[in-house]
Design a binder for this molecule. Sequence first.
Ligand code: AMP
Length: 191
Amino acid sequence: MINIALFGPPGAGKGTQADLLVKKYNLLHISTGSILRSEIDEGTPLGLEAKKTIERGKLVSDEMIVKIIEKTIRNNPDVRGYLFDGFPRTYVQAYILEGIMTRFHKKLCCLISLEISEDVSVKRLLERGRTSGRRDDTEEVIRKRLREYNDKTIPVIEYYKEINRYFPINGDGSVGHIHSQITAIIDKQIL
Ligand code: AMP
């Protein structure tokens, strides 16, 4: 079993790389952002609670995210591995993830971090906003999401650096080149 977290600012290309990785390694893709958007579309209580926060470019509570992750893992115990996309996003989430993994007798092998500048992030998200229909892909909300990233998400890197599971990659390249760098890291962990 191989469990991976894809990390990086909004627009780093996590979704694109996740699609390639789940196919190659036959993993369960757990994107907390996509799960939250489905909850919003279905009008569930959780979706209603999350909607305003997401549209303001803020992070939803750690409690809500942990509930989502636990439920998804509990409902899918027999997979080849999990690919976390957009999670963990706070130091607390990273800490709790370790606990969840231990409880389910699993381990996160690596946090693969796609690193891009703020300018590239804004440019890509504005482009995506033209077709994504996402209400949080507007310039004002993008800037707020980046502020949240800098304030609350960057500290996650320290957590994984300390336990030697942080693997940075330059995210400003071709999809294929980035994919092959990620697979080189994963294949080394599998061996
Ligand atoms: P994403 O699709 O990953 O860009 O996520 C969209 C939005 O969902 C984020 O801006 C947050 O409001 C919320 N969200 C997704 N994942 C998390 C998380 N792990 N922790 C807190 N909020 C999250």
